[in-house]
Design a protein around this ligand. Structure first.
Ligand code: GDP
Ligand code: MG
Length: 389
């Protein structure tokens, strides 16, 4: 029998961000190694993180590796993503719901384009706390150079509203810690302490009605259909009834797991797999939403504040007008929508405008909900629902 997940500590979702090759995956492996040596968690080697199997669902490739670990005070789910495109996709669409992030900056290279883009992205999707790992410190002898890069990172964070002066910046070496060097092992310990203390426990709406947006659907032979995703709000216990919006089914949850461990109760913030009784595999899809029965009325029309990404932010180079019909990525759903600009005739790249949107199908909507606008596989806008019509 599998060991059950026992909730003894608060659970948070974090992840590594930063320019390619600055050492995100190495540091992720190093964190698990340092904690395994402390006796909490299992070492996950580089290859198992970097070659996490790609999951393809409905034409969207989700490329995320999840690892879990515990510090003295908390349980973390940690995501590492291989490429820049994965950040744009997974962060903006909410597939990676981060309570905090570790920004990895190579001390050898300093700030690079994706360093800045990930900070911008994090701000847009509401990641309020960033801790900096100034990595590859083993390869830089010049203390002044380290100081300079640190200053540069603090400025970048301040520029994006993060309060760079108070942000913890920890000089680390993922490679050194993986090799067991005591100095660099201590540096990873210091980084984890900074995450523990600087990233606050976010407010979890555990008393609200249950809601989980389906990220992936799997079949377990002999057991049935399993949906995975992050619990957005509420709680759920074995045997609870749920409604699957989009699939139009109501059923009973006959299994609840997190990271392969059965759990008694899933709560807001948890990454879980739910076994659904008697639901055929092809009835449920990514983007469907599992809710407490009758707790949500899905809608199609809403007003929103939309930021049109500039060319510099990887967005459009031409303005958009009423009648624009891109894809809306809301939670894990991907829905076409008609944009009405109202009074404003055009929205130029870089503009933030108020719009009315009519989606191609009904989904659960609420003020404050974030979304990404994509066309041709590129993210061209990010917005927030202001009112549901
Ligand atoms: P990612 O693309 O950000 O995930 O970067 P990787 O973890 O794949 O690392 C990219 C390269 O940088 C690899 O060759 C690593 O061995 C090297 N690297 C990562 N961390 C360190 C470090 O702390 N010190 C040194 N000297 N090299 C590192
Ligand atoms: Mg990597």
């Amino acid at each position: 029998p599998k060991t059950a997940y026992v909730r003894t500590k608060p659970h948070l979702n974090i992840g590594t961000m930063g320019h390619v090759d600055h050492g995100k995956t190495t540091l992720t492996a190093a964190i698990t190694k340092v904690l395994a040596a402390r006796g909490s968690g299992t070492f996950v080697p580089f290859d198992r993180i970097d070659r996490a199997p790609e999951e393809a669902a409905r034409g969207i490739t989700i490329n995320i590796a999840h690892v879990e670990y515990e510090t003295d005070t908390r349980h973390y789910a940690h995501v590492d993503m291989p490429g820049h495109a994965d950040y744009v996709k997974n962060m903006v669409t909410g597939a990676a719901q981060l309570d905090g992030a570790i920004l990895v900056v190579s001390a050898l290279d300093g700030i690079m384009p994706q360093t800045a883009e990930h900070v911008l992205l994090a701000r847009q999707v509401g990641v309020d706390h960033i801790v900096v790992a100034l990595n590859k410190a083993d390869a830089v002898d010049d203390a002044e150079l380290l100081d300079l890069v640190e200053l540069e990172v603090r400025d970048l964070l301040t520029e994006h509203g993060y309060g760079g002066d108070s942000t913890p910046v920890v000089r680390v070496s993922g490679v050194g810690a993986l090799a067991g060097d005591p100095r660099w092992t201590a540096s990873v310990d210091a980084l984890l302490d900074a995450v523990d203390t600087y990233v606050p426990m976010p407010e979890r709406y555990v008393d609200a009605p249950f809601l989980l947006s389906v990220e992936n659907v799997l079949t377990i032979t002999g057991r049935g259909t399993v949906v995975t995703g992050a619990v957005e709000r509420g709680r759920l216990r074995l045997g609870d009834r749920v409604q699957v919006l989009g699939a139009d089914v109501e059923t009973v949850v006959t299994g609840v797991e997190t990271f392969g461990k059965p759990m008694e109760e899933a709560q807001a913030g948890d990454n879980v797999a739910l076994l659904l009784r008697g639901v055929p595999r092809d009835a449920v899809r990514r983007g469907h939403v599992v809710v407490a029965p009758g707790s949500v009325v899905p809608r199609r029309r809403f007003t929103a504040r939309l930021h049109v990404l500039s060319g510099r932010e990887g967005g459009r180079t031409t303005p958009l007008t009423t009648g624009y019909r891109p894809q809306f990525h809301i939670r894990t759903a991907d829905v076409v929508g008609d944009v009405d600009l109202g009074g404003a005739a055009v929205a130029r790249p870089g503009d933030t405008v108020d719009v009315t949107v009519e989606l191609g199908r009904e989904i659960p909507l609420e003020p404050g909900l974030g979304f990404a606008v994509r066309e041709g596989g590129r993210t061209v806008g990010a917005g927030t629902v202001t009112a549901v019509l």
